[in-house]
Design a protein around this ligand. Structure first.
Ligand code: THU
Length: 135
């Protein structure tokens, strides 16, 4: 969808994601990412990617934002919406972040740019048949 087809709430979330992307720590990739998540309480939490000289320790913006939400509110209320911002034309959440979104926001809608246009996808579309705690 085009920018102007996003809901006002989506646009607010994207703006929050864009804002926090400016604080990303990206000495390895130069690829700054910001994420904003909304929870069932209506509050918004943000996170950015934080890289490390030991590359595998990098945390993505999405998991940073979800961690902030849980630290503030606990694991409930669940995540209802996620927005991702980068300055590039495309940035969809990585597989690891999809798994984390699915667990703490199984009904979440995820907004990100693909080829310069926003897409709005349910987490179930992005990660069908997600693994969950057995039983
Ligand atoms: N990254 C995110 O923070 N979120 C995404 O959705 C994709 C990738 C980060 C990880 C790494 O710091 C940089 O982007 C390049 O992969």
């Amino acid at each position: 969808v085009a920018d102007d087809e996003l809901t006002a709430a989506d646009r607010d979330l994207v703006a929050a994601a864009r804002g926090v992307s400016g604080r990303a720590y990206v000495p390895a990739s130069g690829f700054a990412v910001g994420c904003a998540v909304r929870t069932g309480s209506g509050r918004t939490f943000v996170g950015c990617n934080v890289e490390n000289a030991s590359y595998g320790l990098t945390i993505c913006a999405e998991r940073a934002a979800i961690t902030a939400a849980v630290a503030a509110e606990g694991p409930r209320p669940l995540i209802t919406a996620v927005a991702v911002h980068t300055d590039s034309a495309t940035c969809s959440p990585c597989g690891a972040c999809r798994q984390v979104i699915a667990e703490l926001g199984p009904e979440a809608v995820v907004v990100y740019r693909r080829d310069g246009r926003f897409v709005r996808r349910s987490i179930a579309e992005l990660l069908p048949d997600a693994f969950t705690f057995p039983g």
